[in-house]
Design a protein around this ligand. Structure first.
Ligand code: SF4
Ligand code: SF4
Length: 137
């Protein structure tokens, strides 16, 4: 039997038990090996990691006295807590989805970098009250 005939039987007539062609042929002829590999999943943002990334969304002064809870209704992770005078976002639980921001009727919610200068103190206030209220719930 010629060399070409032997190769024909090895590669095409008697495929491997898994149905794949033997090496090095698979990478050239086997359509399965040509498919795009699924993307490597990225690890979820853990609370520990999140705490190093800061606090993206902040509730500020206009919420005082309003407290209509529109933001709470849409928050997918229930990280908004009701305080005595206003609501607060827990910094480590917020997933930065941004759903709450357009719901606020008095524009009290900002990304931390967009908080107006006169309300910057609310960044720390959300952090303190968010932690306190979540521990007491
Ligand atoms: S940004 Fe998303 S997760 Fe964070 S407080 Fe708003 S709705 Fe909740
Ligand atoms: S939607 Fe705005 S005003 Fe209403 S509770 Fe939330 S932050 Fe306060």
């Amino acid at each position: 039997m010629s060399y070409e005939a032997v190769c024909f039987f090895v590669f095409f007539v008697f495929p491997s038990p898994k149905g794949h062609l033997p090496h090095p042929i698979p990478h050239i002829l086997n359509p399965e090996s040509q498919t795009t590999k699924p993307p490597v999943p990225t690890p979820p943002v853990t609370k520990k990691l999140k705490s190093h990334l800061g606090m993206p969304y902040i509730i500020t002064e206009p919420c005082i006295g309003v407290k209509d809870k529109s933001c709470m209704t849409v928050c997918p992770v229930d990280c908004i807590y009701e305080g005595d005078d206003m609501l607060y976002i827990h910094p480590d639980e917020c997933i930065d989805c941004g759903l709450c921001e357009p719901e606020c009727p008095v524009t009290a919610i900002f990304v931390d970098t967009d908080v107006p200068p006169n309300w910057k103190s609310y960044i720390e206030k959300n952090r303190i009250e968010g932690h306190r209220l979540s521990e007491n719930k």
